[in-house]
Design a protein around this ligand. Sequence first.
Ligand SMILES: Cc1cc2nc3c(=O)[nH]c(=O)nc-3n(C[C@H](O)[C@H](O)[C@H](O)COP(=O)(O)O)c2cc1C
Length: 376
Amino acid sequence: MLVKIPLSISSKQQLKTQIKAYLNRIVLGISPKLHARISGFYIKRLITNLKGDKILNDIEYKDLEKLFKNYLYDFKRFLTWAVLDHDLHDKTSLKAYITKEYHRIEKRLAFKEPRVGFRPEIARGLASKTKTYLEKYGADDTIRTSTDCLEAYYGFNLRHGVDDANLRKEIDSIKSGLNLIDTYNLGGTLELTRESVFEKAKINLKDFFESRYSIRDFSPEPVDRDLLKRAVSMAQKTPSVCNRQSSKVYLFDDETLKNLVLQYQNGNKGFGDKAKAVLVVTSDLRHFFSIGERYQGWIDGGMFSMSLVYALHSLGLGTCCLNWSVEKHTDRALKTAAGIDDYESIIMMIAVGHLPEKFKVAKSSRKSLEEVLYIR
Ligand SMILES: Cc1cc2nc3c(=O)[nH]c(=O)nc-3n(C[C@H](O)[C@H](O)[C@H](O)COP(=O)(O)O)c2cc1C
């Protein structure tokens, strides 16, 4: 039985000192004023929560400390890699920012009746960032999509009697000398009909969903890389915040590497060795620009993973999602072993292989609809 011991003044003091030390390490390099504010805030919050009658036993104390350290790990990574200061210093962040901004235009153009001349500052800002990108990194699909969107925006306004001459100049200056053709069909809007959408979507999705199980027994048949590539390409149609597409997939189909990666995951014991490939899905923090987006990577990455699992299922492959519910040291260890950068959050692993002729699956029955759907 656990003996409850009050958290003594000295251990509170100890905790305070420790927190200060962690914060010193993680916020190194920021201004002393901001540093003091951040550490003061955290310490106050934490200590306040421990005041009063709250009694912690040794285990709770250790857990609290561990939890705090793990939150700090996430905090530090988000603070380091998300672009909270809008200083778009690398290609990935600038590309994500441009995508976010052209999406703001595209989505408004897709409204039933967009307001003529809407949000000119978005278009101006986008043109300026597109120029910066072009100067730094040259023309690629980011530039093409962005200029398509700017053209679509300009054209929409022009058709409604508003000629934004300055924007025209900006677009022309982006396009000049770069052999950019008029439009690439990458940005702007598409006109669809209900019929055309549902014609393509005519599949029995219920049967499709119900025929997927987590597979924990695979045939010895190797998995064709092209199939895996096709699945990833299909999963790229997954929605993501402002279409920023922060998800990435690392493929391990070499037996030794696959087993190395699986060593860091606790839920594949007893069957992981039978998988022919392991996919590690990650989300790149450099695609996020605000504190409110601190969990967005998990959401976008989780959705991407689901699509990937279904894509693999549609291509005749079996999968088992493998949790990445780990603490910071395991996260770091896998990243080092697998060559995954610190700015990526590992979402999950997916074990992949062909199905044997006969095999068993867990029934994994589901809750009743009433427990899930609440109609208010
Ligand atoms: C994010 C995530 C992590 C999972 N991790 C593991 C795991 O580590 N090991 C395992 O055997 N199954 C794992 N699963 C599979 C679940 O146990 C399984 O999806 C659930 O029981 C429902 O069964 P079904 O997939 O056959 O429908 C995971 C599933 C998800 C979505």
